[in-house]
Design a protein around this ligand. Structure first.
Ligand code: EPS
Length: 370
């Protein structure tokens, strides 16, 4: 399976093509739209996500009576902001925003402005990532695999939670944080940051439940499932670091307490009482939940502005501001679910083969029996 997306932030639409989905998968459009709505939500989102965009997918090909044909799925999400502005190009600005792709992007593509960079470098494009991931989730659901996320921290406030599938399915609220006392504090921190004209980062955790042991491989670096998931999570705009399980804490422990030891289960097999590795050992699933945390920097567009240079006059200025979000951590978590789901679904298909869903399920039954 593979996918491509296209579309600019202020263009008419975002477009996606998924190629290689198995035939016979019933696609629930409402479920895709639910994820799109979850991505637009969250305390600290800016005026465009809150008031202008109402993301909905239209699927133009690849379906027959709601089920996949095995042919490419063409997906469209309209940018309502485009209509609102009458299709006018977004005006350019003279001083690049430090932290954004503005400056390196202009150098890379030899543009004469920054708007041309920001159109595609915008996190707006993650709406299509979420639509593609929502379809991957529907494929995984056929194998009883579920992928969810929650907000772990915003600024200095960290949640104290154990994320279970039941809790995560129901995770709602302003920031999709499972620790409601921490969520309240996070919202206050966002208010303070907004008032100061600045932004806040944080962390989200994505958890995949129900995966069998043995997916992925150690035989080549680019095929290691942890490496692929890490790459996918870091591809999300503003995500600058990734952690599997409790890797950061483990890095300061000695080897006696940094691993998930095996205990006999009384049935010639084993159990584990911890998941420090986050469900992956040697680039292969070990049967525990996959737990991956994405660390989000505070977004660079901010009202108070950062020191920059007006490249037309050479003068010191503050970077321009039009509108933006104050905090995007919960939205990034929904994108995290999408990219993790995609990696897991493609891995599962590569193991089970490019066959219709019915056959995939038969093969899966044999695989998990062993
Ligand atoms: C974004 C800048 C803002 C955000 C946008 C991401 O858009 P604009 O420049 O039009 O104000 O609103 O996020 C979304 C619209 C979205 O759907 O997530 C950026 O520069 O990344």
């Amino acid at each position: 399976m593979r996918f491509l997306t296209a579309g600019e932030s202020h263009g008419p639409a975002l477009v996606g093509i998924i190629e290689g989905l198995p035939a016979g998968l019933k696609i629930d459009i409402d479920k895709i739209n639910e994820d799109l709505t979850r991505r637009l939500a969250g305390y600290g989102r800016g005026p465009r996500a809150r008031k202008i965009e109402k993301d909905r997918v239209e699927i133009l090909s690849g379906l027959w009576e709601g089920k996949t044909l095995g042919s490419p799925l063409a997906i469209v999400i309209e940018n309502l902001d485009y209509k609102k502005r009458g299709g006018k190009l977004h005006p350019d600005w003279p001083a690049p925003r430090p932290g954004h792709a503005d400056l390196p992007g202009k150098i890379r593509y030899d543009f004469d402005g920054y708007a041309q960079v920001a159109e595609r470098a915008s996190a707006r494009t993650t709406a299509m990532t979420v639509a593609v991931g929502a379809i991957a989730k529907q494929l995984l659901k056929q194998f009883k695999v579920e992928v969810w996320s929650h907000t772990v921290s915003v600024g200095l406030v960290t949640a104290d939670v154990e994320a279970t599938v039941g809790k995560l399915r129901r995770a709602a609220g302003d920031l999709r944080c499972l620790d409601k006392a921490a969520e309240k504090l996070m919202c206050s921190e966002i208010d303070v940051a907004k008032k100061a004209g600045t932004t806040l980062g944080g962390a989200f955790e994505v958890v995949a439940f129900g995966l069998p042991a043995g997916l992925g491989t150690y035989v080549h670096p680019d095929r290691k499932l942890d490496a692929r998931i890490a790459s996918a999570v870091v591809s999300i705009p503003a995500v600058k670091a990734v952690e599997f399980g409790s890797a950061i804490a483990a890095s300061i422990c000695n080897g006696q307490i940094a691993h998930d030891e095996l205990l006999p289960d009384g049935n010639r097999s084993y159990i584990r009482e911890s998941n420090i590795a986050g469900g992956l050992e040697g680039g292969i699933t070990n049967g525990e939940n996959i737990c991956v945390t994405g660390f989000v920097k505070p977004i660079s567009t901010q009202k108070a502005g950062l020191h920059s240079v007006n490249m037309k006059t050479g003068k010191a200025v503050k970077a321009d501001y039009v509108r933006s979000d104050t905090c995007v951590v919960p939205a990034a978590g929904v994108v995290g679910e999408a990219v993790v789901a995609w990696e897991l679904a493609t891995e599962l298909q590569s193991v089970l083969g490019d066959v219709p869903l019915k056959q995939m399920k038969l093969r899966y039954r044999n695989m998990v029996k062993k």
